[in-house]
Design a protein around this ligand. Structure first.
Ligand SMILES: [Zn+2]
Length: 136
């Protein structure tokens, strides 16, 4: 198992969180009780993080950041940045323009046609799935 800086930071955060909870709520506990309490909180924090991670992965699966292209292939590669967004390329080498998201507004993907013009492709409203963009 490889341990990186992020793991150490997370561990410290969890330890601090556990200690903080003991400090706030454990004033009347004996030191043995504090230790047990700390272990329980420490495990509890892990369980909570695990559930959040699991829900996050589940959410990513049904609400992927990168949907499939028009031919059902993966959009795989970042190509370049333009002023109002980024261009990505799919497995069949078509280009898609990801509009720079404005917070809490819909995200849009437009297909870059051979002549460089943009056709609306997909749109995703906050907390919704990608759907066909029917706007002009
Ligand atoms: Zn494609």
């Amino acid at each position: 198992m490889k341990i990186n800086l992020i793991d150490i930071l997370w561990l410290s955060l969890k330890l601090i969180l556990g200690a903080l909870i003991i400090f706030l709520f454990g004033k009347n506990l004996s030191s043995n009780q504090k230790l047990i309490y700390f272990v329980v909180v420490f495990i509890g924090v892990h369980v909570v993080f695990f559930i959040i991670g699991w829900l996050g992965r589940k959410y990513d699966k049904t609400h992927p950041l990168f949907p499939e292209c028009e031919n059902g292939k993966e959009i795989i590669k970042y190509l370049r940045s333009v002023e109002s967004g980024q261009i990505f390329i799919c497995e069949c080498r078509d280009e898609y323009f990801f509009e720079r998201p404005h917070s809490f507004k819909a995200r849009r993907i437009l297909k870059v046609d051979n002549n460089g013009s943009l056709t609306p492709y997909l749109i995703r409203h906050p907390f919704r799935k990608w759907e066909k963009d029917t706007s002009e």
